[in-house]
Design a protein around this ligand. Structure first.
Ligand code: ADP
Ligand code: MG
Length: 296
């Protein structure tokens, strides 16, 4: 093979907003049959906003502003996009947030810490279970309904009791649906991969036309999802943006990072989609096929 066609391919890639680490990468791109897509920040914008606040039943003495203040103070110590949305909304509504002591972040589950001498937690049902907190029926119903609508439910509790739920909404990237249809037309099977709840994942998958989902995957387990697809004989591409995605991006036969994502994701990947537009993933596959077609 003359390297000229490959260099043309990579030059054309730059025009399309696709940065390819080396010409040899086009070869693995051509053989890919499965494309694993991180949800937050890849298929969705990752710009989250607080959408709803639900208090636990009348029996609970807590108020909306107490719930926002405690959850906001706690989330103020976290960098997670969900946390940024909650802290921002809490500060807007209740003013300057108190500090947190003994802050701890449980990967893929949520956060805990001490605010105004109360032990506060915010996160998934699994996190509440870890802290032996029961979820009252009203909150469970609010959570189900938020998730069915594609929103992430953050349960909040303190001093041993679940106190409320904060629904956080993300938005689909406007080009995701078209990108998925292009990837399918190229013969690839898209798989949605997320740490988020299965109902949220299903809602997002339905909206963009993805048939296969793997949800509630802890950050350290994302790489195993890629490995098991490879063990089934698939040649796997992975698209992601987060620190969480770096190991899976490196494991994949082809790693594609959103240019809008973290340095860790970009460094672990073979290709950077500069515009953060999933359609560029389809462009990259098409480009590699046409470039290698030229050499043959
Ligand atoms: P994703 O794969 O969508 O980027 P993560 O693995 O970061 O998700 O998180 C998985 C889930 O853990 C989130 O959907 C959320 O329910 C919960 N979670 C993670 N971090 C936080 C946080 N700071 N506050 C509340 N919940 C959190
Ligand atoms: Mg992400």
């Amino acid at each position: 093979a003359t390297p000229t066609a490959l260099l043309v391919g990579t030059g054309r890639g730059a025009q399309l907003g696709i940065l390819i680490k080396g010409p040899e990468i086009l070869e693995s791109t051509r053989r890919v049959d499965t494309i694993v897509l991180d949800k937050t920040g890849t298929v969705t914008s990752g710009r989250m906003a607080l959408d709803d606040v639900v208090l636990a039943g009348e029996g609970a003495a807590s108020t909306r502003s107490e719930l926002l203040r405690f959850a906001g103070a706690l989330e103020n110590a976290s960098e997670h996009p969900i946390a940024r949305a909650i802290a921002r909304a809490a500060e807007d509504e209740t003013g300057v947030l108190p500090g947190v002591e003994s802050f701890h972040s449980a990967a893929g589950k949520g956060v805990s810490g001490v605010v105004d001498s109360h032990a506060v937690i915010a996160g998934t049902a699994a996190l509440l279970a870890d802290w032996s907190m029961q979820i009252p029926a009203g909150l469970a119903e609010a959570k189900r309904s938020a998730e069915a609508n594609g929103k992430t439910a953050v349960l909040v509790g303190w001093d041993g009791e679940a106190r409320g739920m904060l629904a956080v909404a993300d938005q689909l990237k406007p080009t995701s649906r078209e990108a998925i249809s292009q990837l399918k037309a190229l013969g690839l099977t898209p798989v949605l991969l997320t740490g988020d709840n299965a109902a949220v994942a299903q809602s997002v998958a339905d909206q963009v036309g993805i048939d296969r989902i793997t949800a509630e995957v802890l950050p350290q387990d994302k790489v195993d999802v890629v490995k098991s697809l490879q063990a089934e004989g698939h040649v796997v591409a992975m698209v992601g943006d987060g620190v969480n995605d770096a190991a899976a991006l490196a494991q994949a036969d082809l790693g594609l990072a959103m240019g809008t994502g973290t340095d860790a994701a970009i460094e672990a990947s073979d290709i950077t989609l500069v515009r953060g537009d999933l359609r560029s993933a389809a462009d990259a596959i098409r480009l590699s096929r046409s470039t290698l077609g030229t050499i043959k």
